[in-house]
Ligand binder design. Sequence first.
Ligand SMILES: Cc1ncc(COP(=O)(O)O)c(C=O)c1O
Length: 483
Amino acid sequence: MDNSHPIIGWEKESPVPENYQFNDYLNVRNGRLFLEDLDLTNLFVDDGPDQPFDRALPSPLEIVYLPIIGYRIKQMKQIFAEVIEEVGYDGRFHYTYASKANAAEEVIRTTLKSGANHEMSSAVDVNIARIMIRRGLLTPDKYIICNGFKPAGGSYAANIVQLRALHDKLIPVVEDLSELPPLIESDLPFAVGLRLKTYGHHASIEEAEAANSRFGLDLDNLWKAAYYIAAAPNLNLTLFHSMVGSQILDEDDFVAWLKPGIETYARLRQRQPSLRIFDFGGGMPAPMTLNFEFDYYRFARLLLTTLQEMCGRYNVPVPDVMGEFGRYTTSEHGAHLFKIIADKENKSKLPWYIIDGSIMSSFPDSWALQEHFIVLPLNHLDKPFQQVQLGGITCDSDDVYPPKTSHSPLYLPVETDDLYIGFFSIGAYQEMLGGVGGSKHCVVPEAYELIVEKEEDGRYQYTVLSGQSEADVLENLGYHVQP
Ligand SMILES: Cc1ncc(COP(=O)(O)O)c(C=O)c1O
């Protein structure tokens, strides 16, 4: 496969063949794009008995396709189960959802129903956990991992202490010594974790010490924290957290970066026998383009055998392994559909196709980080294509796609009459960064949202959430419009 640039869509002028499969959930039938069995064009046109609603839905439209979250969780658990068996690993795997990637109710509910543990990072997250406990979804068998800065006197620390009364398997991960006093003073029995400062690529723990990262404890403070925890009658050191980055696209690099943390785990375990979980944090990449390649099996095999080898060297038992999967869990369940409202030829290098929404406020990473996402037409796939560039409806010069520094060509059908397109794999971080509710850049109203769930018999269940009206946007900004 061509890896010279991220492949974000169809790269030819010829039509897409019938039954073409772009990836494991996007396929072509009768010149239209289907998300599994969902005909996406059909959401916008009132054209017969297959139309799932009593009316066409408005564009733009956000799609929240929850089944994919379940598939991904199941897939990763299966991979680790097989590799544990294959390499004879004497420990368990704990799949944990990093809720910062997408904290929407339907997403958290789905991760919990699909068997994930729960990870959080701020004071308000504790309220979400409380709600899920009350609803019987965050059950006593699931871990709740509390990451993020939680200094004494802050509301996050106070909320965690309160949450402990509701949930036994709660593990605050200490990343600064100032986080310990509220836990010690609570007098509640707490399993705790320690986060090592290891963000980035470091060949040794000495190099990691010098890293310019605000996350985690340096080695001196890690030992100190372990000592305070051992001396506190109500604390039990249980978990070691060592996160090295985000979207690490090479399996060897990923595990090599984790190695200084794994060695520190083994050394700490020699002194602290209660320690039993190695948490490698986030960083697991997810397919956001069509030529994504990462061998999850190979990663799991490398990680577990490295843990075996290092723990053998230090003569300590291997730990359970935990991953905090944010992007991997939620990237692919999210799509955002738009209509092409103009095809503008103004002697620019390529024709401009203008969409009825904003690219930059819907997918902030595309302009802030030059991130790529998959873009495909929903209809006219059986017609000729041409290379184009996309413009948002705002008057901002950054509201374009592909990203300005990109080398990825974008092809869309030449025929633009009633042409709809979709951005895919945008379910992680984009909505949370762009904000939910409120008012957006260039006062563009928020889109309608379609939540799709699947019954056990394969039938779809839909929930439509209204978008913002013009009056909503004005009201948000303090313009109280008379009816
Ligand atoms: C502590 C921690 N865990 C997990 C994650 C999730 O990372 P990812 O989305 O790469 O899985 C993050 C992301 O910032 C994080 O800070």
